[in-house]
Write a protein that binds this ligand. Structure first.
Ligand code: SAM
Ligand code: SF4
Ligand code: SF4
Length: 338
C-alpha cells in the first residue's frame, strides 16, 4: 500500500503515541501510586515482559506510517529504564516522527538532560506539584525535596530542551500551591500546566469533591495576573492555554474532568509490556506484544492497528460529564503513563 492510502485507512486521525517504558517509579505520589498499595508486595513487571527497544522501534515505525508524528516516553519513571538515550536515538531516526517528548518527575534529569538532548529528545514535561519543600516530600511519599527537580529543570534548560511543568491539583492537598507555582514558573520562563485530578485506575481514592477545576484555578490566577486566552495550535491540542498579557509566557490547563475533549482525541498509548490502549480509561488493552513476538509481518501488524483504531468507541471523559455508569475496570496511571 502506498503511504497516502495507508493514512486514509484510518477513519479518524492518529497523531500521537505515548509509550510507557517501565511501570516502576522512585516516587509514590499519593494521587498516582499510593504507598500503601505500591509497596514491597506489589508485583511490578519483570524485565522480560517489557518491550525491548527494538520492539518499541518497530511499533513506532508502523504508527508513523499511519500518520503519528509525535511520540512521548513516559512510565512509571522513564528515566529508571536503562540506556533510555539508546531508544530515543532509534526513535528520532524514524521517518515522519518530528517530535519526541519525555514526561518525568525530574529527579534524574540533571544527570541525563544533555545526553537525552544529544540523542534526539525535543522536550520534557517535568512534574512538580508544589514548591513548598515539606509539602512536596509529603506528596511524593519518598521524602525527596524540590531541589533535585529544580536542578533538573535548570539542566533541561541548559541542554536546550523544551520544558513544561505539570502540576496535578488535588483539593485538600496542594491548592495552596496554585499561585506560588504560577509565580515560580513565570519567573523561570517555563509554561506551567495545571492538571485536574483524574479518576485513572482504582487505587487513588478519586472523588469528584477532590477536583479543583480549571475555572476555579483561573479565578485564583486572575486575582493576581492579567491573562488572555490563546488559540489552539493544532487540532487535538489537549491543553487550553492563556498568556500573561504583555509577555510571551503562557499557562495551560488539562481539563479532562471539567471540559472533556474526547471528540478531538488523536492519541494511543502503549504500555511497557506491549498492550495498546485506545483510551486512558480503558481497562483492556490489545495484546500487541503477542503479535510482535509471533511471526507476523509489519503489513499484517498494521492491519491490526487500523482495525483497533477504527473500531474504538472510547469517550470516557465525555460520558463522565454526561453522568453515564462508569463501573468499568481501569488501568493505573503508573502503568500507562498519563
Ligand atoms: N513519572 C513521570 C512523571 O511523574 O512525570 C511520568 C509518569 S506520570 C504517570 C505522568 C503524568 O501523570 C504526571 O504529570 C503525573 O503528575 C500525572 N498524573 C498521575 N496521576 C494522575 C491523576 N490521578 N490525575 C491527573 N494526573 C495524574
Ligand atoms: Fe511516579 Fe510519576 Fe506516578 Fe509520581 S506521578 S508516582 S512520579 S509515575
Ligand atoms: Fe481520549 Fe479516552 Fe481521554 Fe476521551 S477519555 S480524551 S477518549 S483518552
Amino acid at each position: 500500500m502506498d503511504s497516502m492510502k495507508i493514512k486514509d485507512a484510518l477513519d479518524r486521525p492518529l497523531r500521537d503515541l505515548r509509550i510507557s517504558v517501565i511501570d516502576r517509579c522512585n516516587f509514590r505520589c499519593q494521587y498516582c501510586m499510593p504507598a500503601e498499595i505500591f509497596n514491597e508486595n506489589f508485583h511490578f513487571l519483570p524485565h522480560n515482559e517489557l518491550l525491548s527497544y527494538e520492539e518499541i522501534e518497530r511499533v513506532a515505525k508502523i504508527f508513523a506510517s499511519l500518520g503519528v508524528e509525535k511520540l512521548r516516553l513516559t512510565g512509571g519513571e522513564p528515566l529508571l529504564r536503562r540506556e533510555l538515550p539508546v531508544l530515543i536515538e532509534k526513535l528520532s531516526k524514524i521517518e515522519g516522527i518530528n517530535d519526541i517528548g519525555l514526561t518525568t518527575n525530574g529527579v534524574f534529569l540533571k544527570r541525563y538532560a544533555k545526553e537525552l538532548k544529544e540523542a534526539g529528545l525535543d522536550r520534557v514535561n517535568i512534574s512538580l506539584d508544589s514548591i513548598d519543600d515539606e509539602l512536596f516530600k509529603q506528596i511524593n511519599g519518598r521524602n525527596i525535596g524540590t531541589k533535585k527537580v529544580m536542578e533538573g529543570i535548570t539542566a533541561a534548560k541548559e541542554a536546550g530542551l523544551g520544558i513544561k511543568i505539570n502540576m496535578v491539583v488535588k483539593k485538600g492537598l496542594n491548592e495552596s500551591q496554585i499561585l506560588p507555582m504560577a509565580r515560580y514558573c513565570k519567573e523561570e520562563g517555563v509554561q506551567l500546566r495545571y492538571i485536574e485530578f483524574m479518576d485513572v485506575g482504582s487505587t487513588n481514592g478519586w472523588q469528584m469533591d477532590n477536583v479543583v477545576t480549571k475555572k476555579e484555578i483561573l479565578q485564583m490566577l486572575e486575582s493576581e495576573f492579567e491573562l488572555e486566552a490563546v488559540e489552539e495550535d493544532y487540532f487535538g491540542e489537549v491543553a487550553k492555554r492563556y498568556r500573561y498579557i504583555g509577555t510571551d509566557n503562557q499557562v495551560g490547563f488539562i481539563t479532562s474532568v471539567s471540559e472533556s475533549f474526547c471528540g478531538s482525541c488523536t492519541r494511543a498509548r502503549l504500555s511497557a509490556n506491549g498492550s495498546l490502549f485506545t483510551c486512558l480509561f480503558n481497562g483492556n488493552g490489545h495484546d500487541l506484544k503477542e503479535l510482535l513476538r509471533s511471526d507476523m509481518n509489519d503489513e499484517d501488524l498494521r492491519e491490526h492497528l487500523i482495525g483497533w483504531w477504527n473500531h474504538r468507541k472510547d469517550r470516557y471523559s465525555d460520558e463522565r460529564i454526561e453522568g453515564k455508569n462508569q463501573n468499568q475496570q481501569k488501568i493505573e496511571m503508573s502503568y500507562i503513563g498519563g
